[in-house]
Design a protein. Structure first.
Length: 521
């Protein structure tokens, strides 16, 4: 049910973005905390930034925090409080002072606009804004809410809570609104009789009463409950605001993480919010659509880079569970279908559980070496098998994948059968025995043979690449047979495994060996 609700809100938010009058579209960083020319594109109202430690997640979040001026104030919000340096007056060790730039692209009420913060190097430490010569340029106004992991133990906040125990005059009481209570109820999955904010000066403390009549302050709340109640009070009634939360999963059970991300996206939809969070949690990543996930990493030279949105098998490896399974990474849907057909045979034959082998596909062979380097860094390389299309034999991709390991021969790189694109291999199998394959595809021999001949004739003089022609022919066959191409490819592979003379057998043997090695670990 949660997944269905998430997908519903994803569809609504995709359309919502087009009508939002305020939207931070892009952040570019140069020279800040060692980051060189990093460009972050925000395509969805709720963005999740993930990455290893020291990959720049918080730096991007704090850069977003100084994108807007507070409404009604004549003073700009500068990056100064977010990026302090250690520069003691007595000299000695100090932070480096490079020239720094933080650039933004906005959608604002006055239309699209850019802005640039620049800080000089050396002794000139003042931040200056630029609007690229735009007449009457100014920092756009918007409410910005920032909550970091340190808020849970921040001395000023924590001491403010404790000080409420010692005040001599009665505090002001403010009941949380229906929207705030609803946010807490739906995220924590239990009901409060009431939640009250007690405040005196700059100090405040939350006080809750549950349905059984027990009352307690946030001094006696679990960290996760306190986090949700604080977010409920501070975020649920914001309108047209930028909401920034660092390590949003802190202290929360995975179920609560998913519910919190659902709540934040529902608020973004109803209250015109833009939300950016950082995380290490696969649950949080799965709670937004793929194009809303921003993955940061440092490459071999230490430069921070943005990876394309990971597909399921890559994300599970770097942010979830991978050592429990043997992971097969291939190039596209056709390759995945062929591998699934092989595993349909091998799983019972090798007495292997279905969940023991995970198959995922990526954008292409050129990305495999980058993923292999990441897997090596996190000690995951041995749990992966890289499966290249047959027409990649003899190219540089295998060498690049193996080069990431100190023991190149220990890296598993396999090939799909033949030296042609996988779609072409399936096509040749079908053409060789239409009557045989028609029975397995639940059609007639005349229908299959006629469809193959007709499509071959259409593309006989096509000038495109063999790979593109093969893919297009499979799409046409899909329409004529009214069967998904993935199903056709999977069926052909599953049946071919039973043929001892098939050119699929080398791959079958390699996969059997990979399964045996994985079982011994």
């Amino acid at each position: 049910m949660i997944e269905e609700r998430l997908e519903d809100v994803w569809d609504s938010l995709r359309n919502k973005k087009l009508g939002m009058s305020s939207f931070l579209r892009e952040i570019r960083l140069q020279g800040l905390r060692g980051i060189d020319n990093l460009r972050i594109t925000l395509d969805y109202p709720v963005s999740v930034i993930a990455g290893e430690n020291a990959s720049g997640k918080s730096t991007v979040l704090f850069s977003a925090a100084c994108a807007y001026a507070a409404p009604g104030k004549n003073q700009q919000t500068t990056p100064t409080p977010f990026f302090p340096d250690y520069t003691p007056p007595h000299g000695g060790r100090r932070d480096a002072r490079p020239e720094v730039e933080i650039a933004y692209e906005y959608t604002a009420k006055q239309g699209g606009m850019p802005m640039l913060w620049r800080r000089g190097k050396g002794q000139n430490r003042r931040w200056k804004s630029s609007f690229y010569g735009r007449p009457g340029g100014g920092q756009p106004e918007r409410v910005v809410y920032l909550r970091t992991l340190s808020n849970l133990s921040d001395p000023s906040e924590a001491s403010g809570v404790r000080q409420m125990s010692y005040i001599k005059t009665p505090p002001q009481e403010e009941q949380l609104t229906a929207a705030q209570i609803d946010f807490a109820h739906k995220t924590l999955q239990f009901e409060y009789k009431e939640v009250t904010n007690l405040s005196s000066g700059n100090s405040s403390i939350l006080f809750a009463s549950n349905k059984s009549g027990v009352s307690y302050s946030e001094l006696n709340m679990a960290a996760g409950e306190r986090t949700i109640l604080r977010l409920a009070r501070e975020v649920a009634q914001l309108k047209d605001a930028l909401v920034l939360v660092d390590e949003v999963e802190a202290s929360l059970h995975p179920w609560a993480q998913q519910l919190l991300m659902l709540r934040l996206q529902e608020l973004a939809l109803t209250n015109d919010l833009q939300v950016i969070v950082t995380t290490h949690s696969p649950v949080v990543l799965d709670s937004v659509p793929q194009h809303a996930r921003i993955f940061l990493a440092r490459d071999e030279s230490g430069k921070v880079v943005v990876h394309n949105a990971y597909r399921d098998i890559i994300q599970n490896a770097l942010y979830g569970r991978s050592r429990e399974a043997l992971n097969l990474l291939c190039e596209d849907r056709t390759a995945e279908s062929i591998l699934r057909g092989i595993m349909d045979f091998l799983t019972p034959d090798q007495q292997t559980l279905q969940d023991s082998v995970r198959i995922g596909r990526d954008t292409g062979a050129s990305e495999f070496s980058t993923h292999a380097a990441a897997f090596r860094k996190f000690g995951l390389l041995e749990s992966f098998v890289f499966v290249l299309d047959g027409d990649q034999r003899g190219k540089e991709y295998e060498e690049k994948i193996r080069a990431v390991s100190s023991d190149p021969q220990a890296v598993s790189v396999f090939y799909l059968p033949s030296d042609m694109p996988p779609e072409a291999w399936v096509w040749e199998r079908l053409k060789s025995k239409p009557d045989f394959w028609a029975r397995h595809l639940h059609t007639t021999a005349e229908n299959l043979a006629g469809a193959l001949a007709n499509i071959d004739a259409i593309y006989a003089s096509a000038s495109d690449t063999a790979n593109n022609i093969a893919k297009q022919k499979m799409r046409n066959l899909e329409e004529k047979l009214r069967q998904e191409a993935a199903t056709i490819c999977r069926t052909v592979a599953r049946v071919e495994v039973s043929n001892p003379n098939s050119d699929i057998q080398p791959l079958v043997g390699e996969l059997k060996g990979a399964l045996a090695r994985w079982r011994k670990k």
